[in-house]
Write a protein that binds this ligand. Structure first.
Ligand SMILES: Nc1ncnc2c1ncn2[C@@H]1O[C@H](COP(=O)(O)OP(=O)(O)OP(=O)(O)O)[C@@H](O)[C@H]1O
Ligand SMILES: [Mg+2]
Length: 509
């Protein structure tokens, strides 16, 4: 009736009966007999005495002529004793049969009543046994529940847990461990761990038995890792019990990626600042040490100003990014008319194009903006949205040759969403750059970008702003075929007004 281990239980955890409690679950009948039957031997010996007496009596009545000792009473008493033995043995047999029925299942304890009309002695034994069994069953249930909760908790853990026996074979593993190492519980339990995890550092650590130093020291790439889903694991070995080991694994892919990003970020910022600072220091030294003519001095000062401005822009962009990361996403208000955002964008784009044309002594870009007031409204932070739109239009101006055509489009889609798009007919972007182009400091041509005063943070800011507004950024480009950056805002953030009137397409600015 007692199962040795609950299903799904942990190896090595036995269902020990609880030592606590003496009267936890006795039924009232059992409780009564427990208290009232003080000495079950008295009726038993009384029965024996009666049997012997009856045997002797019957014998003396059957053979009245025989002398009382030796011929009649003695064999009669002996027969009475044997009859009592037979009767007592039969009661013991009934008790054994009852016990056998109880042993068949744990439910039988409740369903199998005590044998009827058992003599006091055997009844007392039966009741005591039943009471003990009930206590043990209750303790087992408690233990089983605890074990099940423990297993559930371990299964819910995001960290992998593998229990290893003294021979370093797998005794048990949780789901995270199966996922981390690509193991299958059905086939791999019982296998030696070193057959499944062959990393040399791990194998050496296991062999050295120096588990105290394994804390955070074993970092390996999971066998399930691939280019699309990299998986880096930190392993820890903890000894427990009789020469057993707990192998804990933690997914540190994101931690490592964040650390790598942090390192890259610091390296990039330092690199971006180093160039203008070196140039500035060089010019300052030149101005201090060399007797320069006025024209040369002015030229140097103008260059110094350019580099100082570049550093200022870099710091400003970094602050914008950090503010975007730290502040909560904008709510569904206020509503800003799309044409207001586009008008501000058009004014800045024209100013930038003219500035570039003046600086490079070339022609301006051909800019086209939709000039209509019925485009609808958009909910969110107008300042952020404007800065994202200007970044995209600015890119189309700064990364295309002078005189290129730049179209800015606004489209209210059938599903209620709206798309802002900037299309140019410039050199376009090679496909290998597209997945990384919104990363901080990523440039297709870093030399050209720096020359044009770019920090490489513009698209990163755009991505953040769009993410905060629930919008998506699509980039469609190929070398020699221009580029189209489009931001699609969800219907919840768009209050569509009248459909685009005919003839409201792009017009030359
Ligand atoms: N319309 C475009 N056509 C071609 N290349 C582009 C276009 N837009 C962006 N790029 C490329 O993507 C890179 C990243 O753009 P991003 O806006 O992030 O940085 P940036 O323009 O160089 O500097 P800034 O931080 O001042 O915007 C640019 O350096 C450029 O090489
Ligand atoms: Mg840019």
């Amino acid at each position: 009736m007692i199962e040795s281990k609950p299903p799904g239980g942990l190896p090595g955890i036995e269902n020990k009966p609880s030592a606590a409690g003496t009267r936890v679950d006795a039924s009232p009948a059992v409780e009564k007999s427990w208290n009232t039957v003080r000495n079950p031997d008295v009726p038993r010996f009384l029965a024996l005495f009666i049997f012997v007496l009856l045997g002797a009596g019957i014998s003396s009545l059957a053979f009245p002529a025989s002398p009382p000792i030796g011929r009649g009473v003695l064999p009669g008493g002996l027969l009475g004793f044997l009859a009592w033995l037979f009767y007592d043995g039969w009661q013991a047999r009934r008790l054994l049969d009852w016990l056998g029925r109880l042993q068949k299942s744990s439910a039988a304890l409740a369903a199998t009543p005590l044998p009827a009309r058992l003599p006091h002695f055997w009844r007392e034994i039966a009741e005591r046994m039943e009471r003990l069994l009930r206590q043990q069953q209750r303790a087992l249930q408690k233990q089983r529940l605890l074990t099940e909760n423990l297993v559930d908790a371990l299964q819910a853990s995001p960290n992998g847990v593998i229990m290893l026996d003294a021979a370093r074979g797998i005794e048990w593993m949780n789901l995270s461990a199966s996922r981390h190492f690509g193991l299958d519980e059905r086939h791999d339990v019982g296998q030696a761990i070193t057959h499944l995890i062959r990393d040399p550092v791990f194998v050496a650590c296991l062999a050295s038995r120096d588990f105290a130093n394994s804390i955070n020291s074993i970092v390996l790439t999971s066998p399930c890792s691939n280019a699309h889903r990299p998986l880096r694991l930190s392993l820890r070995l903890c000894p427990y019990g009789a020469d057993r080991l707990l192998l804990l694994s933690q997914d540190i892919t994101q931690i490592e990626q964040a650390e790598a990003m942090r390192r890259d970020f610091i390296a990039n910022v330092s690199h971006e600042l180093r160039t203008p600072l070196t140039v500035l220091a060089g010019f300052v030294e030149t101005l201090q040490t060399l007797p320069l003519g006025e024209d040369q001095r002015q030229d140097y000062l103008a260059r110094m100003e350019r580099h100082a401005l570049r550093m200022q822009t870099l710091v400003a962009d970094l602050l914008v990014l950090s503010r975007l990361e730290d502040s909560p996403p904008p709510g569904l208000a206020p509503w800003t008319p799309a044409h207001t955002l586009l008008a501000a964008c058009a004014a800045e784009a024209r100013a930038l194009s003219e500035l570039l044309a003046r600086e490079t002594k070339t022609k301006t870009h051909r800019l086209h903006f939709p000039e209509t007031h019925g485009l609808g409204e958009i909910a969110g932070n107008a300042q952020e949205l404007q800065s994202a739109f200007i970044n995209l239009v600015g890119n189309a101006i700064r990364h295309t040759p002078p005189g290129s055509r730049v179209d800015v489009l606004w489209q209210n889609n059938a599903d209620g969403s709206a798309t802002f798009a900037v299309r140019d007919d410039g050199p376009g972007i090679a496909p290998e750059h597209l997945p990384r182009i919104t990363e901080r400091f990523y440039r297709v041509d870093s030399g050209l970008s720096r020359e044009s005063g770019g920090t490489g943070l513009g698209l990163s800011i755009v991505k953040h702003v769009l993410q905060r507004h629930g919008a998506t950024l699509d980039i469609d480009s190929a070398p020699g075929q221009g580029a189209c950056f489009s931001a699609t805002f969800p219907a919840a953030r768009v209050r569509a007004q009248a459909a685009l009137p005919p003839g409201a397409g792009p017009r030359e600015a």
